[in-house]
Design a protein around this ligand. Structure first.
Ligand SMILES: [Zn+2]
Ligand SMILES: [Zn+2]
Length: 331
């Protein structure tokens, strides 16, 4: 032993052998490790909670406090690292993580917290957490958003293009918002009535009270900021005197109210099932069958719409790469 002993834990030799290739190699009789016949294993680890959580999970002796704040967000990353280093199947801790996350979510989390939890939710296959966090970030981030790794383990990050999918969904909603608000302008421009000029002016006054205005600054606001602006919630245009019925209907709040409702329900977050599973066993059939059947969340653990399927599917870069390789080989 070198250094200082900071913690010691009593473990079952067989449990370690059964759950970790690394421990198995150390303790099997054909191994050349000093641990093979020894009754102690000396591990150099800085982070004690992470080792305790993993070993207790494997032994089925979890302590209540380890579901709570005594395991910090960075500790969760340490757990993933410990499992990966010792070749322990991380999904054996899925149950522990679900309960830990439930407690962590009892406190209001800021964006940095969410960015830090994306990878753990992904790794521990927590579909609900992953969807809800990617949804919140897509609606509430004004700028390109990315995940946050609180450790020095640079190899720990989301697979493929998940962050691209999240930002794609964010950009898509912003585009829908802009189009929805400005599309009616075309109808005024094409109108033949005398009241169109005054009506168009009235429409622009209405627009200027929404969060989309001033237009050159709208990208500094999140989609949620714009949707929640008072002028968007209560969109109102003053109807000019003597306006024709067509202009009156174009100035009504119905379309904007409908647009707001639609965008609020547009994206349900990234779906781990759409990202990681093939539904039909074949990546090409997945694509076309979804398009044909319009059952965007068939077989998924969360309920969701088309944009969630689309951007989750787009997030499958790793699969796409393998797919492209296979295509090349086939040629
Ligand atoms: Zn008119
Ligand atoms: Zn899905």
């Amino acid at each position: 032993m070198r250094g200082t002993v900071v913690a010691s834990m009593k473990v079952n030799r067989q449990v370690l052998i059964d759950n970790s290739q690394v421990f198995k190699a150390m303790m099997s009789s054909d191994g050349h490790w000093k641990e093979t016949y020894a009754s102690t294993i000396d591990m150099e680890v800085d982070n004690i909670p992470s080792v305790e959580v993993v070993l207790r999970a494997l032994h089925g002796t979890m302590k209540e406090e380890l579901y709570g704040a005594s395991v910090s967000f960075p500790d969760v990353w340490e757990i993933i690292q410990f499992c990966s280093y010792r070749q322990i199947e991380v999904l054996k801790l899925k149950g522990w993580f679900a309960k830990w996350l439930e407690n962590a979510l009892k406190v209001k989390l800021d964006h940095d917290d969410l960015k830090m939890l994306l990878f753990p939710c992904y790794t521990f296959d927590h579909a609900k957490g992953f969807a809800s966090m990617t949804k919140t970030l897509a609606y509430n981030s004004a700028e390109h958003t990315t995940e946050y790794n609180p450790t020095d383990y640079r190899h720990l990050h989301l697979d493929g293009n998940a962050i691209g999918g999240l930002n794609g969904a964010r950009g898509s909603m912003r585009g829908k918002l802009l189009r929805g608000l400005f599309d009616p302008v075309a109808a005024f421009l094409e109108a033949k009535c005398d009241c169109k000029a005054n009506a168009l002016f009235a429409y622009h006054i209405g627009l200027s009270k929404t969060g989309i205005w001033p237009i050159h600054d709208h990208h500094k606001k999140s989609v949620q900021d714009i949707l929640d602006s008072p002028g968007m919630i209560n969109f109102q245009c003053t109807i000019p005197d003597g306006a024709c019925s067509s202009c009156r209907s174009r100035l009504s709040s119905t379309k904007v109210t409908e647009l707001r409702r639609k965008i609020l329900n547009d994206f349900h977050g990234l779906c781990l099932d759409c990202m990681t599973m093939t539904k039909t066993g074949d990546i090409d059939s997945d694509y076309w069958d979804h398009d044909r059947m319009h059952e965007w969340d068939a077989g998924c653990r969360i309920q969701h719409s088309q944009p969630t399927w689309y951007f989750s599917y787009m997030g499958r870069k790793t699969d796409m790469k393998n797919h492209q390789k296979a295509m090349k080989r086939a040629k």
